[in-house]
Design a protein around this ligand. Sequence first.
Ligand code: PMP
Length: 422
Amino acid sequence: MEVFEKWESEIRGYSRTYPTVFASASNARQVDEVGRSYLDFFAGAGVLNFGHNNPRMKRAMIEFLEADGVAHSLDMATTTKRDFISKFVSTVLEPRGMTMRLQFMGPTGSNAVEAALKLARKVTGRRDVVAFTHGFHGMTLGSLALTGNDVFRRAAGVPLENVHRLPFETAPGGGLASLEAYREQLADVSSGLLPPAAFVVETIQAEGGVNVAGAEWLHAVQRLARDVGALFVIDEIQVGCGRTGSYFSFDGMGLDPDIVCLAKGIGGYGTPLAMNLNRPELDAHWAPGEHTGTFRGQGLSFVAGREALTYFDDDELMNEVHAKAERMVSVLDGLAAEVPDRGSAGKDRRFAVRGRGMIQGLDVVDGAFAKAVAAECFARGLLIGPCGSGGRVLKLIPPLTIPDDDLDEGLEILAGAVRDTL
Ligand code: PMP
């Protein structure tokens, strides 16, 4: 680790949480330089839905490289980009009757959110955007303004403005009543509130603590957005691409977002790619080249991302996700039930299990405890990351392709680490 400690910026984070040097990886395992194998329940924070070094994608990328495919193309038209777009349209959009336009930007989630904000403000001519407590939308100034986490916000060094914050459904003061109160405030010309350009929401707040919104509340957000002339934007960056057991986390809810932000898993192999789905009449507001970015033409990402979409040609992987999710929930529920109330002064401090599909959170209430469990998991060969306020939630987000044996072994390690840390 000396090279990292001596030369790399103090900003480094995960290499402190997982203090070893990883040398290779395959599906749900990473192996370090001394040959120790770690189960990966973190999977690049939602990037590696299809596992490390997915063999199908690797083969497709090797063929692409050997054929001298265009690896970088700004946003010029290429064969691989057309193949990706066509596959996305036939696999994801057409079966859902969606007619969205695909906008590519610099290949990170933050870039996708910035582009969505820009388009929403441009279309509506409004400045303020509604974001929710505990939301995570990125680190660049616009997306950071939407992000709730105080540590990240304070690092901005400038005011993070033009955001109106409402409580997420599951947060204190959340639920339908707070949306209705905001509606009434907006209707009152003397409320001092500006009508918003957009409502930006995660259906499941991943970094925010695996907080799951229900369809009814999401519909209420969408209805409110429509009624007040704002756009309804869903940030699918961490929970899309099959994570919850369907391609979109909002599939089956009957929602009709104006913009969907995608990144992380869309590139398949960990190859970076970000993409917004824009309703066509909104997308028409963009002038050519108005939101540019050098890395919008990632040949390798298009190849791997296209291959990733073939996992949605049939129901096999999504059925597996449902089955594996059940295993995860049953172990976590059992663990939560075992643990006595750790509260004091009448405060409920019971563990809670939250999630959908293969994103599950074990809320252990106490950030220091979660950190100790994650450290113990690392010592026993499992990579798992805390999230939520004060890091109190252990987030399980393994590759969707994890073999059952590995999943069971990882769950066992986690359960043992929780018990022993208690
Ligand atoms: N939105 C969500 C929901 C995310 O989880 C993240 C990343 N954790 C982002 C946006 C930002 O993505 P990136 O780190 O690629 O900029």
